[in-house]
Design a binder for this molecule. Structure first.
Ligand code: ADP
Ligand code: ZN
Length: 437
C-alpha cells in the first residue's frame, strides 16, 4: 500500500522538476534568513538566481556537525522563534548537543513522511503500534508517535525500558506493530521467552527498525522469533528524525522521501559527487524545511544510492542501501549517538582523572553495554587515592557526569596510573566488541 501516490510514485522528470523548484526557493529562503548561509554564499559568489535546477546543487556549500556546534544553539535556525513549536536535540561531538527547531509545517511534513513509511510496512488505521524508541530530546519516540497518529492507527507510547511490562501490553492489547531499535527487538524476543510467552500469544505483524545499523541475519532472527516482518527506517535529527527513508515490500534498499530530502553520495575525502552504486558519504539537503533548513548536510553515514523507479512496489524514489559504516568515529550505543570526544571532555573536567581512557562496547543479551576505563592521575594516587572508598566515589562521580552528557549509563572503572593500554581499533580510545552477524 502507498500513502501518497502523487509524491511517492512521481515520474522522474516531474520529481526532478519539483526538486529544482524547491531548491531554488530554499536557497532564496536561507539567503535572506540565515546569516551563516548568506555569508557562505556571498563568499562563494553565489546568489539564489544561480540555482535553477536540481543539478545546480553541486554549486552549494556543504554543512557539517561542526557548523552546528559553532553556531550553537540557534545559529542555523531560519525561522523566527515565534514560529518554532518543538525543539529536539541530538549528540554533539563534544559537550554541546545539536539543537533542531521545528515549525508547525515541519512537524506536518515529518508526520506525512512517517505515515508514508508506516503504510509501506503494511500498517493501517486498524493497527495498534507501540513505540519503544526513547521519548524525550531524541527524535525517535515523538517522531514515530506523530506518524502513527497521522496515519490513524492507535499509538502506545511504551518508550524504552520496562521490557516485561511492554511484553504484557503486546499480549493483552493485541499490539500489531512495534517501532524500536533492532537490538531492542531481539531483547523483546528474549524477554518474552523468559516470561514463557510464545509468539503465537502475541499479534505482532510488523516491526519498524531503525536508529542503528543491523544485518540480514538479525532481520531473519527478529522475524522468526517475533513472528513478524521487520523493515528498515532511517533518519537523523539534523534532517528531520526517523522518516528520511524506508523499506518497501521488497526489503531491499530504503526509498528516500526525496521530495523533502534530496540525497547525494560524495567521496568523504575529495568531497566529489559519486554515482549510483558507488559507496560514499550520504549528504542531504532539506528541500522544504522551515525551522532549520540545511544545505548539503554531511551525515557521515556511508552507503550507496540506487535508482528506485523499477521497484516492484510501484514507488519511483531513489533507494539507499544499508548504512555500512561512518566516516567519523561516532558510535551508536543502544540507538544513541556517542562520540569518544564527549567522553574525553567529561574526563578532562575532573581533576583526579588523567586524560587516558578507553571505551569498551559489548553486546550482552542483545543489549549494548558501555564500560569506560579511566586512569587516575599519579599525584592523586600517591595521596592515598589507592584505597577503595575514594576510588568508588570517583567512579560514581565520573559515571554521573557521563550519564548527563551521553544520556546513557556507563560502567566506570578507575585504573591505576600507567596501566591502560591503547587499543588499535577504529579509534585508539575504543574497543568495539560487537559483531553484527
Ligand atoms: P535517531 O534517533 O534516528 O538515531 P540521531 O540523529 O540520534 O537519530 O542519529 C542518526 C544516526 O543514527 C544516523 O546518522 C545513522 O548513523 C544512525 N541510524 C539511524 N537510522 C539508522 C538505520 N536504519 N540504519 C543504520 N543506522 C541508522
Ligand atoms: Zn519499493
Amino acid at each position: 500500500m502507498i500513502w501518497n501516490n502523487n509524491k511517492e510514485c512521481m515520474s522522474r522528470e516531474q520529481m526532478r522538476a519539483l526538486q529544482g523548484k524547491r531548491l531554488h526557493k530554499l536557497v532564496e529562503y536561507v539567503y535572506h534568513n540565515t546569516p551563516f548561509y548568506r555569508n557562505k554564499l556571498q563568499e562563494m559568489n553565489i546568489t539564489p538566481d544561480d540555482i535553477q535546477t536540481i543539478d545546480d546543487i553541486t554549486k552549494l556549500p556543504f554543512t557539517t556537525k561542526q557548523d552546528l556546534r559553532d553556531n550553537y544553539p540557534f545559529g542555523l535556525q531560519a525561522a523566527p522563534q515565534s514560529e518554532i513549536i518543538r525543539i529536539h536535540a541530538s549528540s554533539g561531538t563534544t559537550g554541546n548537543p545539536t539543537i533542531v527547531g521545528y515549525t508547525r509545517k515541519d512537524i506536518g511534513v515529518w508526520s506525512e513522511c512517517m505515515a508514508r513509511c508506516l503504510t509501506s510496512f503494511g500498517i493501517t488505521r486498524e493497527d495498534i503500534v507501540s513505540v519503544a524508541y526513547g521519548y524525550g530530546l531524541f527524535t525517535g519516540g515523538l517522531g514515530v508517535h506523530y506518524g502513527v497518529e497521522n496515519l490513524g492507527a492507535a499509538v502506545v507510547p511504551a518508550s524504552t525500558g520496562g521490557t516485561e511490562k511492554h511484553v504484557r501490553l503486546l499480549r493483552d492489547l493485541g499490539i500489531t506493530g512495534v517501532a524500536c531499535t533492532p537490538s531492542y527487538a531481539l531483547h523483546l524476543a528474549e524477554t518474552m521467552e523468559k516470561m514463557g510467552i510464545t509468539k503465537e500469544q502475541i499479534k505482532l505483524k510488523v516491526a519498524a527498525m531503525g536508529a542503528e545499523p543491523w544485518t540480514e541475519s538479525m532481520r531473519k532472527e527478529i522475524e522468526e522469533r517475533l513472528g513478524l516482518k521487520a523493515y528498515n527506517i532511517y533518519g537523523l535529527s539534523e534532517i528531520m528524525g526517523p522518516c528520511v527513508s524506508y523499506e518497501c515490500s521488497e526489503q531491499n534498499g530504503s526509498h528516500i522521501n526525496e521530495d523533502h530530502f534530496y540525497p547525494e553520495i560524495i567521496d568523504p575525502e575529495t568531497l566529489q559527487p559519486l554515482s549510483y552504486g558507488q559507496q560514499g558519504e550520504l549528504v542531504f539537503t532539506t528541500l522544504t524545511k522551515v525551522g532549520m533548513p540545511l544545505l548539503r548536510y554531511r551525515t557521515r553515514d556511508l552507503t550507496t544510492l540506487q535508482p528506485g523507479d523499477s521497484c516492484s512496489c510501484g514507488r519511483t524514489s531513489v533507494k539507499m542501501g544499508k548504512i555500512c559504516g561512518r566516516s567519523d568515529d561516532m558510535l551508536i550505543i543502544r540507538g544513541i549517538n556517542v562520540f569518544p570526544s564527549q567522553v574525553e571532555s567529561v574526563i578532562l573536567s575532573i581533576p583526579e582523572c588523567a586524560p587516558r581512557f578507553l571505551l569498551i562496547v559489548e553486546r550482552i543479551d542483545n543489549m549494548d553495554k558501555l564500560t569506560v576505563q579511566v586512569e587516575m592521575r599519579a599525584e592523586y594516587f600517591a595521596q592515598g587515592f589507592d584505597t577503595f572508598e575514594p576510588v568508588f566515589k570517583l567512579e560514581k562521580q565520573v559515571s554521573e557526569k557521563l550519564k548527563s552528557v551521553l544520556s546513557i549509563s556507563a560502567k566506570v572503572e578507575i585504573k591505576q596510573p600507567g596501566t591502560l593500554e591503547r587499543s588499535e581499533g577504529k579509534s585508539k580510545f575504543v574497543i568495539d566488541k560487537r559483531v553484527l552477524k
